[in-house]
Write a protein that binds this ligand. Sequence first.
Ligand code: HSE
Length: 403
Amino acid sequence: MIKVAVLGYGTVGSGVVEVIERNNAQVSKKACDEMHVKYILDLRDFPGDPYEDRVVHDFNVIVEDPEISIVCEVMGGVGAAYQFTKACLEKGKSVCTSNKELVAKHGPELLALAKANNCNYLFEASVGGGIPIIRPLNSALTAEKIEAIFGIVNGTTNYMLTKMEREGADYKEVLKQAQALGYAEANPTADVEGHDACRKLAILLSLVTGKNVSSEDIRTEGITTVSAADFAYAKAANMTIKLLATGKVREDDSLEALVAPFMVSKDHPLAMINDVFNGVFVTGNMLGDALFYGRGAGKLPTASAVVADVVDCARHPGKTVTCFWDAEPATLADMGEATRRYFLRAKEEAKKAVEDAFGQAGTVLDESIEGEFGYMTAPMQERDFMAAYKGLGDRVLNYIRLL
Ligand code: HSE
């Protein structure tokens, strides 16, 4: 029998127990042995819960139990979760996690620790919720030189932007709904400010390059400045607005990495990815584009990915599944050189100043919003755009990049 411990009985933790119990026949068959949740670690008690008898409050009970071979770390954070993960790996217990913050921060160290102890540190659920994306990068796409990886990797903000577009809904109201549905982080600032998407991009780019991409080095802008007015201009231009995580490998192997809201043509496949769904494009030099699409957040989709990792660990007792992610830092490119078009909104009286700053090659957009206008630049370098935009001071209201 495979005895599993679950660290954290919150949204994902309770989902992990539910997946293992409800799909026990399938999971056990695929793991080639019966799977059983022996312990659930949480500070709280859960009177009346069907698994209340498995709840323990002392981590040492788990780490000192030789029967436990696989641990699911779904508590989140980089404090106790980090200490517990290290302690488990040091004892040769594999760890499966949805904790992207921890994976992004300590991935190379924890992978090396797993290897040194002939066990595994697996994190399929850390990016894209229930969508398989980590395993494809580590196995199905290993014949490729990956040239780009980009897409929607935060379910909360995609849910919010979709509601804002379709219903003209209020930002705070849609955030509350996303939280109630279990999509958001404990502190939703990580979602709306783009930090969650940034950590996921750091993980993906680390796997693409085999080197360490630090999330702190990735330029990140969230959705807090995106307004109904931005959506009105986007709609008039047959576009929508999506929070994208974008990574591109340059010829010299340096990486362009950026998380920000983008205006996306309604004809682009990413424009059709709505609600909590995520979509990640991977461009390989042989394959071309592949799109990974599915539920990017939520209890059961995320838990399903964690349990799939548990099955993988069960299938490889005493062996470490190969994963290339070294501590050596990857080289990030200067994003000022990136060339693209930009949308901006400005106060009515700044029309001449905007045209002077960005030249005649741009386009003035529908002016139906009183007192302001929209403008789309011709393709230009980010550093030139930012210099001109900042030069306009408080006459400009917001900007959004074009995909
Ligand atoms: N808060 C995250 C999201 C959860 O909304 O995508 C899944 O990683």
